[in-house]
Design a protein around this ligand. Structure first.
Ligand SMILES: [Fe+2]
Length: 350
């Protein structure tokens, strides 16, 4: 059967939303019962640029019923799009993860009872992916949905309901502070050590990277590193007149809590002024109301446009295996590999 004969239909799922007449997420179901992975790969490759536009327009695309049965299949499925990989080990993310193939890793090793609040992937760092793929190898026994939220719709609502706060976010930006342990701590959703975050064995190497990225920092007696980002944007323009609430504010405010981190101290506006707690909680509630909870079925693949939709993780029971992969943003290659200075003021204290 040639690639074009693959029978794929747009269907609806429970809880699916509509924004501006477009479904969120877009759901594409493979209706060819004997479809092969080779055929799927050809079909994806032939439509890759179409999917790029659809991901932007819809925010997320669910591929259901395609023959993806292992991390290796998932790797081939992703590679078919022809987009550049964003290697997790080179990111500045704070989650502990495990690699399965060079571009496929566990979504987050945090325990089942830890909620991961809505966020744009790595928007708390200067280097973030443009898109993400998730793949369900094994759904949880109960719970474990992936909440998805259109943050362009959220920002529109913020402009109507808390316009001063929305504009402060847009004009001042945000700075994030987090404390990284000396060794990976898998019991925390943000337990990645400073060594693996900065791919450094010695403090001097970590400092060189911090400096290059415009961070300020402080070492504590127990070997932990407290790092504060340069001012990062909180709002992103994704099209003419279309803006998204592109940051990790909700996740940092509600979830950056472990033995080292206090969410109350994790985030300020770019000028150092504090955020009004009640307003942030109102925005978090607005986002929750806008959320579509994706209930996983084995073999599901979800493509998320990281500039348009936030994601998170509900708590669960049983063993849940969701794998992830990241797509690089075209202009970020140099930042990923280099340690060049970005013009940000150096606040380093070692
Ligand atoms: Fe994430």
């Amino acid at each position: 059967m040639p690639a074009e004969a693959l029978d794929v239909e747009a269907v609806s799922v429970r809880g699916q939303q509509k924004h501006g007449g477009e479904p969120f997420p877009l759901v594409l179901r493979c209706a060819s019962p004997a479809a092969k992975l080779d055929q799927t790969v050809d079909w994806l490759a032939a439509h890759a640029s179409d999917f790029e536009q659809k991901a932007d327009r819809h925010g997320a695309i669910l591929f259901r019923g395609f023959p993806v049965q292992s991390p290796e299949d998932f790797d081939r499925f992703i590679a078919a799009f022809g987009w550049e990989n964003f290697p997790y080990e080179q990111s500045l993310s704070n989650a502990v993860r495990k690699n399965y193939t060079p571009r496929v890793f566990s979504a987050n090793e945090a325990p089942a009872d830890v909620t991961i609040y809505l966020h744009h992937e790595m928007a708390q760092t200067p280097v973030f992916p443009s898109k993400l793929f998730f793949y369900c190898q094994q759904p949880a026994e109960s719970g474990g949905a992936t909440p998805l939220c259109r943050s362009d719709v959220l920002f529109e609502q913020m402009l109507a309901r808390c316009p001063d706060f929305a504009r402060d976010c847009e004009h001042k930006g945000l700075r994030y502070t987090n404390v990284m342990p000396a060794e990976d701590d898998a019991a925390s959703g943000m337990g990645r050590s400073w060594q693996s975050t900065f791919r450094a064995n010695r403090r001097e190497e970590a400092e060189q990277r911090l400096h290059g990225l415009g961070y300020s920092w402080e070492w504590s007696d127990d070997g932990c590193l407290r790092a504060t980002t340069p001012v990062l944007p909180a709002v992103r323009e994704v099209g003419p007149g279309r803006k998204t609430f592109f940051n990790q504010l909700i996740a940092a405010f509600r979830g950056w809590k472990d033995s080292r981190n206090d969410p109350g101290k994790a985030i300020t506006f770019g000028d150092g002024t504090p955020l009004d707690r009640d307003t942030v909680l109102t925005v978090a509630e607005m986002a929750e109301q806008l959320t579509y909870d994706h209930a996983w079925q084995q073999g599901d693949v979800v493509l998320v446009d990281n500039y348009v939709a936030m994601h998170g993780r509900r708590t669960f029971s049983g063993s849940r295996r969701i794998l992830a992969s990241l797509v690089a943003a075209e202009h970020h290659g140099a930042e990923l590999h280099g340690t060049e200075h970005h013009g940000a003021e150096h606040h380093g204290a070692s």
